[in-house]
Design a protein around this ligand. Structure first.
Ligand SMILES: [Zn+2]
Length: 150
């Protein structure tokens, strides 16, 4: 993927809108917490770094520390609302090569809850597009998370 990537484009847009976008939950110093693309996992969100960085080891030490605390705060609030069985985090970036964490609450009633979060999808059993957020449903989740922010 070439620079600027799809996440750079989104960060750019959120900056222009001062974070006023249905998918934006919260603007941190180093990142945006945004609603995930789908609601297959209730409360699924993502954390995008504002700066274009491809690899974790390319962050400064200060960014690393601050981002860890931003990720922790986002995780804590989502956990408090949805009380999942387990919180999962994924940092891959093979497609969008710009640091972004998937923050995925996992629930015991998901038959795949002890597996990689997208294993069911990979087996072709679930089509995530069936669960795609609309602007309305994204804003509803963003509002709920903001309401529980302290
Ligand atoms: Zn980027």
């Amino acid at each position: 993927m070439s620079f600027p990537d799809v996440i750079c484009e989104k960060v750019d847009l959120y900056n222009k809108l001062n974070g006023d976008h249905p998918f934006v939950v919260h603007e941190f110093k180093n990142s945006y917490l945004v609603v995930g693309d789908h609601y297959f996992y209730k409360g699924y969100c993502m954390l995008f770094t504002k700066r274009h960085v491809r690899e974790l080891h390319e962050l400064t030490d200060t960014e690393t520390t601050e981002l860890a605390l931003e990720l922790k705060k986002a995780t804590q609030v989502i956990n408090d609302i949805f009380k999942p069985w387990k919180m999962n985090h994924m940092l891959l970036g093979n497609q969008a090569q710009h640091i972004h964490w998937h923050i995925i609450p996992r629930y015991e009633d998901d038959q795949y809850h002890k597996s990689y979060p997208f294993s069911d999808v990979m087996k072709g059993e679930v089509d995530l597009s069936d669960y795609a957020h609309t602007d309305e449903s994204a804003k509803e989740l963003a509002d709920l998370i903001r309401k529980n922010w302290d």
